[in-house]
Design a binder for this molecule. Structure first.
Ligand SMILES: NC(=O)C1=CN([C@@H]2O[C@H](COP(=O)(O)OP(=O)(O)OC[C@H]3O[C@@H](n4cnc5c(N)ncnc54)[C@H](OP(=O)(O)O)[C@@H]3O)[C@@H](O)[C@H]2O)C=CC1
Ligand SMILES: Cc1cn([C@H]2C[C@H](O)[C@@H](COP(=O)(O)OP(=O)(O)O[C@H]3O[C@@H](C)C(=O)[C@@H](O)[C@H]3O)O2)c(=O)[nH]c1=O
Length: 281
């Protein structure tokens, strides 16, 4: 099955590219700030499904570039989804825990009200709305805290800080879970294949590693596995001011993904070990 993937250089797209049938395109082939060009590429390539793994992911920078982020994260997926409708093929789109306000402690359900706390989250919500409005066969996969051996992510930041410092202060009151990019890629492929045969499975789904953890707890696990003697000092979010507000509660209820698509939650600790091994090699 031929699957066109946007976002070639990104964490998830790089994992997708390991699979047979994936045609990976980057910024040179299609710039998401030109949504029409993305739609045209889908029509020219005529794949059997499309996965959009490209996005504006610089959370703090988005506060001052919300317009651009909204074109890339909102209008472009909308144009891609519309092109998929024309071609009669499914569209798999990745979204984020940052569409939720982050209040309370209960895991977010797929149909809970959204209230993005920052510009990135608003731009990603615009993408969800545009994909749904296109009216085709689609899956929106909300995930969180993506990690891999490639690109920019929290694991690589902590390894850098942990090697240079005796201690690092990390927020302990933002709770969610890391999700390995490799598992997200596999989930997206399974969803794309099933949607071809069963378009009724269209909808919003959640996919996140297990178990829940704070960023501080995650940092401690990274140091423990890496044998880095760096101490994690647990701090409240108020002691780590950032341009963009982050949600305190990023727990996602992933039940429907398992029920509908047969995709279980991965244990992020196993994924983390693989990533650290890959980085060491
Ligand atoms: N990273 C995370 O923690 C999380 C990510 N997500 C979502 O998961 C998906 C995949 O994220 P992830 O793999 O981490 O992303 P990355 O940040 O690793 O990569 C983003 C990709 O998008 C591409 N891109 C950005 N702007 C444009 C543009 N104007 N035109 C073409 N390509 C562009 C980048 O290309 P280039 O290299 O050229 O800049 C890069 O390939 C995204 O939808 C993201 O919102 C959801 C939850 C958490
Ligand atoms: C580097 C560092 C970060 N932090 C905090 C800041 C923040 O609250 C948290 C994570 O930091 P980051 O900047 O890596 O995370 P951030 O860029 O906010 O990560 C988010 O990216 C987008 C794309 C998503 O969709 C989200 O799911 C989420 O993964 O850790 C510390 O407390 N200490 C530190 O030394």
């Amino acid at each position: 099955m031929s699957i066109l993937v946007f976002g070639a250089t990104g964490q998830v797209a790089r994992e997708l590219a390991r699979h047979e049938g994936v045609i990976s395109v980057g910024r040179e082939q299609a710039d998401l700030s030109d949504p029409g060009a993305c739609a045209a590429l889908i029509r020219e390539t005529a794949p059997e499904a499309v996965i959009n793994a490209a996005a504006y992911t610089a959370v703090d920078k988005a506060e001052t570039e919300e317009e651009l982020a909204t074109v890339i994260n909102g209008a472009a997926p909308g144009a891609m989804a519309a092109a998929c409708v024309q071609m009669g093929i499914p569209f798999v789109h990745i979204s984020t825990d940052y569409v939720f306000a982050g209040t309370g402690e209960a895991p977010w359900q797929t149909d809970d009200p959204v209230a993005p706390p920052n510009a990135y989250g608003r731009s990603k919500r615009a993408g969800e709305e545009a994909v749904i409005a296109a009216g085709g066969t689609y899956a929106i996969l909300r995930t969180s805290w993506v990690v891999s051996a490639h690109g920019n992510n929290f694991v690589k930041t902590m390894l850098r800080l942990g090697a240079a410092r005796a201690q690092v202060s990390v927020v302990a009151d933002q709770i969610g879970a890391p999700t390995p990019a490799r598992d997200i890629a596999e989930a997206c492929l399974k969803m794309a294949r099933q949607l071809v045969l069963e378009p009724k499975k269209s909808g919003i789904y959640h996919f996140q590693g297990a178990p829940y953890v704070s960023w501080a707890g995650f940092a401690a696990e990274i140091f423990a596995i890496s044998n880095l003697a760096c101490e994690v000092v647990e701090i409240p979010t108020t002691d780590y001011p950032t341009p963009a507000v982050r949600p305190l509660n990023s727990r996602l209820d992933c039940t429907t993904l398992e029920t509908v698509f047969g995709i279980p939650q991965p244990d992020w600790r196993r994924g983390l070990q693989d990533i650290l091994k890959e980085l060491a090699e």
